[in-house]
Design a protein around this ligand. Structure first.
Ligand code: ZN
Ligand code: ZN
Length: 605
């Protein structure tokens, strides 16, 4: 029986409206997903002028017989469309077969396909079949789409610049390569190779092919499961941050998904490790019982609905924070500059044309193998050295006050550092046997204060103190009305206040911790936060207050502090739960390892 099924008129007409094809990427997407459905293990995408002139997709899949090859371009047929519900239950990537006739109606198409028995060539111009003839081809399909939108100049006008079109395609192919590490993807533009994965099934190798070595070194494998979900993938060190959300790739049951809430769960897990407008590089594969997701949203937007969002959030948060809490996250100053230029990052906005950086498969493979050997060596060394040395360290630490148990654990995250001096009244230079450290004194102090204020804010047994001189605050009507609605928040923080006449309140007592900061300023800022907040969440509110007060209360740049103050500051930083970033996600410490220094001064090669 034919693999192609005839679909109903309504849908066919909708498709004729042509909402399916608007970018070259849509054509590539359609052809690539057909190739995946055909069980291909090698998919080659060749572009000329970013696909505007020519898109050729060749695969080694099961191919079609003559009947299907002709029917594939009929407006009334599709091999894959069943019900939208099937999307996640069937092998097929589904719901796109309808795009093929749309593509054919606005371009010149040459299809060569063979099911292994006989080959067929179909040539179509502007949707009209010109010829159907037998041809030779090993099993598989090749489709050439030329002069896209040649007969609809209006649509042609909507195509973005060649680089933008290429960036969309490149981003899409990257995501497919990450979704299907078992399929070899080759992407070329004007005969320059942009991506060439090996189909060996190694997800980290695909990450390396896409983002380069510097990023790959900073990826951590994660996995976890609960009753509803299973997660596996890679997350980046916070220092590898990008300005584009697209570096977060999430797959659900093998399919790329863009779900707003899921992305927020991930970025929330990096809260204060990364500035709010930056994103970590993430590839997360999520496995879930298909009955727990709803795909009836809009299939082309790649979004789905999870019926158990809370348990997913629990798992994602746990999997990521567990890893982050284990790591020493001091960015290596000598590596820092190397991370940005390598790899294709934030492609939609600043994609670099592939003139100088053609993809070199051999070099990539060698580089990756070298990296894997190094990693194995390193892991072997780690496991052999930490054991003998750690008991003595533990004894030393347990001699400390037991009440500080939690802090003893966190101290392990950074070794003791000895301050040497201050640069520009801002950066503390410190050292230990591992290397040299540069600490931003404001950021470090801010982190220490932040964690202190956050603890105090969530401490129900609050110590309150009366103010010698009450603080009187007057507000414009609109602000006062908002404040009045939120008096409970003042109670929550521990303010003692009363309304005083028209749109004025008097603060008579404050929690003790707040009086350590610059009191009146801090009080004003807290109230500002209350008045201007949108989309209230208690946790975020408390974070915001702690971060704001911490910034105010911390030493500034150009405060020339003494060596013994530096010592105290560094020790207290080591006590922090996350000593590596300030509450705004900026780094507190960077380092030059001893080896880096030797390398930089050519003492070591
Ligand atoms: Zn600050
Ligand atoms: Zn900060």
């Amino acid at each position: 029986m034919s693999k192609i099924r005839v679909m109903d008129e309504v849908l066919a007409n909708k498709i004729a409206a042509g909402e399916v094809v608007e970018k070259c990427m849509n054509v590539v997407k359609e052809l690539v997903e057909n190739a995946i459905d055909a069980k291909s293990t090698v998919i080659k995408i060749e572009l000329e002028d970013s696909g505007v002139k020519k898109i050729k997709v060749t695969d080694n899949g099961i191919g079609m017989d003559k009947e299907d090859a002709v029917l594939a371009f009929s407006r009334h047929a599709t091999s894959k469309l069943k019900a939208v519900d099937d999307l996640f239950n069937i092998d097929s990537l589904g719901f796109r077969g309808e795009a093929l006739p749309s593509i054919a109606s606005v371009s010149h198409v040459t299809l060569k396909t063979s099911d292994g028995v006989s080959g067929t060539e179909v040539i179509i111009n502007g949707g009209k079949i010109l010829s159907v003839a037998p041809c030779d081809l090993r099993e598989g399909t090749s489709i050439v789409v030329e002069d896209l939108f040649y007969n609809t100049p209006v649509r042609l006008k909507y195509l973005k610049s060649l680089y933008t079109e290429l960036a969309y395609i490149s981003e899409y192919v990257d995501k497919m390569a990450l979704s299907f590490p078992n399929i070899k993807f080759v992407l070329t533009n004007n005969e320059k190779t942009l991506l060439n994965t090996d189909g060996s099934g190694r997800l980290l190798k695909v990450i390396h092919d896409i983002y380069g070595l510097a990023v790959t070194k900073k990826m951590i494998e994660v996995q976890g499961e609960n009753n509803d979900y299973e997660i596996h993938g890679y997350i980046s060190y916070p220092e590898v941050m990008k300005s584009n959300k697209n570096v977060i790739t999430t797959l659900v049951n093998g399919r790329v998904i863009k779900n707003h809430e899921l992305i927020r769960m991930i970025t929330d897990s990096y809260h204060t490790y990364i500035p709010p407008d930056k994103y970590p590089i993430i590839v997360l594969q999520i496995e879930v019982d298909p009955t727990l997701i709803d795909v009836n949203i809009h299939p082309t937007k790649m979004d789905i609905k999870f019926s158990k969002m809370d348990t997913l959030k629990e798992l994602v948060t746990q999997v990521i924070t567990e890893q982050l809490e284990k790591l020493t996250l001091i960015p290596d100053a000598s590596l820092e500059t190397k991370i940005e230029p390598s790899g294709k990052t934030t492609i939609s906005t600043n994609y670099t044309p592939a003139s100088t950086q053609e993809f070199d498969t051999h070099q990539k493979e060698e580089e990756f193998q070298k990296f894997e050997r190094m990693k194995l060596d390193f892991e072997a060394r780690e496991s052999s050295t930490t054991y003998p040395s750690s008991p003595s360290k533990d004894e030393e630490d347990t001699s400390l006050n037991l009440a500080e148990e939690k802090q003893v654990v966190s101290k392990e995250r950074i070794k003791k550092m000895y301050p040497v001096g201050l640069v520009h009244g801002t950066y503390i230079i410190a050292e230990n046997e591992d290397g040299m450290f540069i600490i931003d004194q404001h950021a470090a102090n801010e982190r220490i204060n932040y964690e202190y204020y956050l603890r105090e804010l969530s401490n129900p047994e609050r110590v309150v103190t009366d103010l010698l001189v009450p603080i009187t605050l007057e507000f414009p009507t609109n602000e006062y009305l908002i404040l009045k609605q939120n008096f409970s928040l003042l109670d929550k923080i521990g303010f003692g206040y009363e309304e005083f006449g028209f749109q004025t309140i008097v603060i008579r007592s404050l929690p003790v911790w707040l009086t350590k900061a610059k009191t009146e300023q801090a009080v004003r800022q807290i109230i500002d936060i209350i008045i201007t907040q949108e989309d209230f969440q208690m946790e975020k509110f408390l974070h915001h207050i702690a971060a704001t007060v911490a910034c105010k209360a911390s030493i500034k740049a150009n405060d020339h502090i003494m060596l013994k103050d530096m010592e105290v500051l560094l020790e207290r930083l080591r006590d922090c739960e996350n000593p590596f970033t300030c509450p705004h996600g900026r780094p507190t410490i960077i380092t030059y390892s001893k080896y880096d220094l030797e390398k930089l001064f050519k003492r070591a090669m």
